[in-house]
Structures are given as structure tokens and as C-alpha cells.
Design a protein around this ligand. Structure first.
Ligand SMILES: [Zn+2]
Ligand SMILES: [Zn+2]
Length: 165
């Protein structure tokens, strides 16, 4: 049986095909995997809300149907998705807005295999305490964490001014 091939076989295949050393081939394969994960994460977040309830939600059908509004009895529509945790990389938050009034709510969803970043354990200096720290994929907008490559110009757009102390 050759269907259950290990990671080392994949690396050796790449070495044979490209002439790279084991370490270089492993690194390049990992980079390709990260790139694919980044692209998937950006796709999870970047979509335009559906114009009508007759078409499937463009988020990929991974959301709950919108609830009926208690105020105006119109339906809520899935309008946004963003990372819903600072440590659980497969936790996303879905925002729903009423199509008839200003009502809205947010649901937390778990999307297995669709992380918005990579979680790792780091040891905090001094106490030696281990804490989970997540790195956001470039291109993903996290409401609380900064993306790895978020060194863009400006930085004041869309940001709310802090309340007076
Ligand atoms: Zn949706
Ligand atoms: Zn409403």
C-alpha cells in the first residue's frame, strides 16, 4: 500500500524533483502549506453578503440561517466574519444584521480546518509561565490582534478614538 505516505516521503519526492536538500525541501513544503492556509483564511473572511435570501450565503454555507427579528420581523442576514478568539485559531465570530432595522447579533462558530492563524506556546519571561500566543495570517483582519504583515501606511482609518480617561 502506498496511499498512506508519510511526510518524509513527500519531502524526499520534492528533493528528487528539485534537487533541494532535505531541510530546504521541508521548509519550502511548509511555506507552501502556510500559503494555502493563509489563502483559505482570507477566503473565509473576504466575501460580500448575499443580496437576497434566495441564494446561499457567500461565506461558504458554514453559518447558521439568520434569525427572524423580534422588532420588525424581517430576517437577519450574515454580513461579516472575523476571528472570534485570541488563542483559539479555529474560532470565528459571525455577525448578523437585520435586513429591516438596525438589530444585530454575533454568533461564535468553530470552523475545523479553517484557522485564521497559528497558535503556539511561548514562555513568558520571569515567571516561566507558558502562554498560548496566536499569530494572525497576513491578510486576515483580527479585531484584537495584529496580522504578521500589518505594517501598512496610515493606521488611523476606521479606528475609534479612545474615550476620555
Ligand atoms: Zn454565512
Ligand atoms: Zn429588525
Amino acid at each position: 500500500m502506498t496511499t498512506n505516505r508519510g511526510r518524509k516521503d513527500v519531502i524526499r519526492d520534492r528533493m528528487a524533483a528539485t534537487g533541494e536538500s532535505y531541510n530546504v525541501a521541508a521548509r519550502n513544503l511548509k511555506a507552501m502549506k502556510d500559503t494555502a492556509a493563509t489563502r483559505d483564511a482570507v477566503l473565509v473572511q473576504r466575501w460580500t453578503p448575499a443580496d437576497s435570501f434566495d441564494v446561499p450565503c457567500p461565506c461558504g454555507g458554514t453559518c447558521e440561517p439568520g434569525e427572524t427579528c423580534g422588532h420588525c420581523h424581517a430576517r437577519h442576514r450574515h454580513v461579516k466574519r472575523y476571528p472570534g478568539s485570541t488563542t483559539e485559531v479555529e474560532t470565528w465570530a459571525d455577525r448578523y444584521e437585520c435586513t429591516g432595522c438596525s438589530s444585530s447579533y454575533t454568533l461564535t462558530v468553530h470552523l475545523a480546518g479553517r484557522p485564521w492563524g497559528v497558535a503556539g506556546t511561548v514562555v513568558r519571561g520571569g515567571s516561566g509561565e507558558e502562554v498560548v500566543q496566536a499569530t494572525v495570517f497576513p491578510g486576515v483582519i483580527h479585531p484584537l490582534l495584529r496580522s504578521e504583515a500589518a505594517e501598512g501606511p496610515g493606521g488611523s482609518d476606521g479606528r475609534e478614538r479612545g474615550a476620555p480617561r
